[in-house]
Design a protein around this ligand. Structure first.
Ligand code: ADP
Length: 479
């Protein structure tokens, strides 16, 4: 019997592009005719050996025919070749030659030969399928990588680039020829070099670790481009044994973000300045009116002041949404005492003569690492909503609890509540519950902004509510 590697070698040889043998687009019977032809050739060769060597000529030629047939035409033509070979061998090569032998010993030998042929046909067929599948998969992946719009590079630990796909050449302007003498570091800008190297070696020191990093690359023509790279450590992967850097060109997005950031900066400054003056004037005016005991005018000016406050808060909400949308809301994280923040806010919101009383229950003392102003903004939003949407109630409760590794801040009101159908939508941008639109003013942005702030701190936000009974809004922050 043949060894497995011999069979594989023959298979590999026969796999090479052979248009004569390839079965595509040929009628089905051609496979059987070619099988017949190959058996005939093998028999012809064997007969020529037979005259010089006698009956000791090898049967391996038939095995070779079967391997070729199974590789190109599959199992059934191979089975046909097996049976045909057995008949031919019996007729030509077993005594009495040129007639069929019916001796028991010969029959046994032929049965063994036939079984070996079947086995070969079967294993050859399975092996062929596996080989085809592997080749197909390799082709698919090659096409995927070659046609991908993401740049993909394989790198050695010293930054030497051993493979780059066409997208890399398109994005960077360099070709695989350039990369023979140019390493990855040479494409980086000087200021970012140590930062990107740190990320690279951080990934290199952990198997299977992927790290995302946004950085600049100098195009071959000299101008910078912004890319978002994912560095993956596949050194332990036997088929790759490299660091893999895949990246996309984000230049357009970065330029747009910078423009947006500039716009937000200018817009908020330009809007804030006149509104601050307006507010200062109305306050002076209100004081004057009060002094002159012009009560009606003082009330009117106070109303103007309130409307200015509303405009200011709406402008800030719109600017916050723009920042969130373009991913440029920066958090200035510091460590602070949560209970101090809660008291600061509740004290500032508890005005004399105000209908609602804010009742704070003492909670666990915790230090939070977060943006104090932004977390304060979330609490202010929940408290002002609590007051706004509970016109008939006169208290709002604030309390905190530690749950798992989070501190959860609750704001409870006894207001109009939210129906079950609407409750999932209230954190969406610009969403306002149907029945409040007429009676309560608002843009439907406060909860959206608040939930995004909480998520950016690694926490969650939620609500439980019953219509006409009240709501409990909560948000959690990691400890
Ligand atoms: P706004 O209050 O400006 O409409 P929010 O994003 O703060 O925007 O709230 C979205 C919607 O959620 C509100 O329009 C209201 O319908 C509902 N809502 C928020 N807080 C409460 C509350 N405490 N009780 C009842 N409904 C609420």
């Amino acid at each position: 019997m043949w060894k497995e590697d011999q069979i594989t070698n023959v298979l590999n040889l026969t796999m090479k592009n052979n248009s004569f043998l390839k079965s595509a687009a040929k009628p089905w019977y051609i496979k059987y005719i070619i099988s017949l032809f190959l058996v005939a050739v093998a028999t012809g060769l064997k007969l020529s050996f037979f005259y010089s060597l006698g009956s000791k000529t090898p049967f391996l030629l038939y095995f070779a025919v079967i391997i070729i047939v199974v590789r190109f035409y599959g199992k059934w033509p191979a089975v046909f070749a097996c049976i045909l070979s057995t008949i031919v061998i019996n007729y030509f090569f077993f005594p009495p030659y040129y007639s069929f032998s019916i001796k028991e010993n010969d029959a046994l030998q032929l049965i063994i030969f036939l079984l070996e042929c079947f086995l070969l046909a079967y294993t050859g067929d399975s092996l062929g399928k596996v080989v085809n599948h592997v080749a197909e998969t390799q082709r698919t992946f090659k096409v995927l990588i070659e046609k991908s719009s993401d740049g993909v590079m394989m790198l050695k630990l010293d930054g030497h680039i051993t493979y780059s796909n066409p997208a890399v050449w398109k994005i960077t302007g360099y070709t695989s020829e350039d990369f023979k003498s140019l390493d990855f570091w040479a494409m980086l800008v000087h200021e970012e070099m140590s930062y990107v190297k740190e990320k690279f070696y951080n990934s290199a020191s952990h198997t299977d670790r992927s790290i995302k990093v946004q950085h600049k690359i100098i195009h071959k023509l000299g101008h910078p481009i912004w890319v978002e790279s994912t560095i993956t450590n596949l050194i332990e992967e036997p088929s790759v044994k490299s660091m893999v850097v895949s990246f996309i060109d984000v230049t357009e997005r970065v330029v747009r973000d910078h423009q947006m950031e500039d716009f937000i900066g200018v817009a908020s400054h330009e809007l804030k300045t006149p509104l601050t003056s307006l507010k200062a004037y109305t306050q002076v005016l209100e004081m004057r009116m009060k002094k002159e005991e012009n009560v009606t005018s003082a009330i009117l000016v106070n109303k103007i002041d309130k409307q200015i406050n509303r405009v200011v808060s709406m402008i800030f909400d719109l600017l916050d949404v723009t920042k969130l949308q373009s991913g440029i809301m920066h958090l200035n994280k510091v460590h602070f005492d949560l209970n101090d923040l809660i008291s600061e806010i509740t004290d500032s919101m508890q005005n004399p003569g105000q209908k609602h009383q804010i009742i704070t229950e003492p909670g666990p003392a915790v230090i939070i690492n977060g943006d104090k102003d932004r977390i304060g903004q979330v609490l202010i939003n929940l408290l002002s909503n609590g007051m706004k949407y509970s016109p008939d109630a006169n208290s709002i409760h604030v309390f905190t609890k530690i749950e798992d590794n989070f501190i959860v801040i609750y704001v409870k009101d006894n207001g109009i509540g939210i129906s079950r159908e609407e409750i999932d939508k209230i954190f969406d941008r610009f969403y306002r519950v149907g029945n409040v639109k007429e009676s309560f003013q608002g843009l439907g942005l406060g909860l959206y902004i608040s939930s995004q702030i909480v998520v950016r701190h690694g926490g969650r936000m939620g609500v439980s509510s019953e219509e006409n009974k009240g709501s409990v809004f909560w948000f959690s922050l990691p400890l």
